[in-house]
Write a protein that binds this ligand. Structure first.
Ligand SMILES: Nc1nc2c(ncn2[C@@H]2O[C@H](COP(=O)(O)OP(=O)(O)O)[C@@H](O)[C@H]2O)c(=O)[nH]1
Ligand SMILES: [Mg+2]
Length: 191
């Protein structure tokens, strides 16, 4: 019979071989579409992304495995905004965080900013790399990205946060910036 300790070490090995990236953000910002597009981009690196697939509201959490270059693997765990109160229960298992904002939704920006600050100040996440995505760049926005970043004092947030933070403007719809998201995942994934 397998001992509990050997089971634990197997589990730890499994976790090392398969990093977990938490994908956080308010409902409707485009998290599910992003993972579907990354999965497709990953399979057909040189090919067309094709039409964006439809998405359904995510119930609970959604896990997607991505195999990156050099056989690196990452599991992206999507957690919706309505699960905000229990996000911290997933912080221990993760090795990176993608935080998504809908750049066209001005009304949502301040609540997203508070959620982002809560994530960045969580002690368990002080050493993980964070990618902030301003999504829906294809949409006509009432405010430019520069204006939105200055509204939420993005530069100050980055300067005072303990973790390395990367910011990208993307469109899960058109595919803009998605290659850079994969590059970021590759750069921070160990195995
Ligand atoms: N125009 C546009 N629509 C998007 C983009 N990303 C997501 N959407 C749409 O936004 C809606 C919510 O997307 P979904 O991925 O389900 O959001 P989630 O709740 O964050 O998982 C869907 O209708 C998507 O097609 C984008 O970059 N541009
Ligand atoms: Mg979703």
């Amino acid at each position: 019979m397998l001992r509990l300790s050997s089971l634990c070490s197997c589990r730890k090995k499994e976790m090392k071989n398969n990093d977990i990236c938490l994908l956080l953000g308010a409902t409707g910002v485009g998290k599910t579409l992003l993972v579907k597009r990354l999965q497709r981009l990953n399979l057909h690196m040189s090919g067309e992304l094709g039409e964006p697939p439809s998405t359904l509201p995510t119930v609970g959490t959604n896990l997607t495995d991505l195999t990156l270059k050099k056989k690196k693997k990452v599991t992206v765990r999507e957690l919706g905004g309505c699960m905000g109160p229990i996000w911290p229960s997933y912080f221990e298992e993760c090795s990176s965080v993608i935080f998504m904002v809908d750049s066209g939704n001005i009304a949502q920006v301040s609540s997203s900013c508070i959620q982002l600050l809560t994530v960045l100040s969580a002690e368990l996440l002080h050493t993980v790399s964070v990618l902030i995505l301003f999504n829906k760049s294809d949409m006509p926005c009432p405010m430019s990205l520069v204006e939105m970043k200055s509204l939420i004092r993005m530069e100050e947030i980055i300067a005072s946060a303990p973790q390395p933070i990367t910011v990208l403007e993307v469109s899960a719809h058109s595919g803009q910036g998605l290659k850079e998201v994969l590059d970021w995942l590759e750069s921070i994934t160990i195995k």
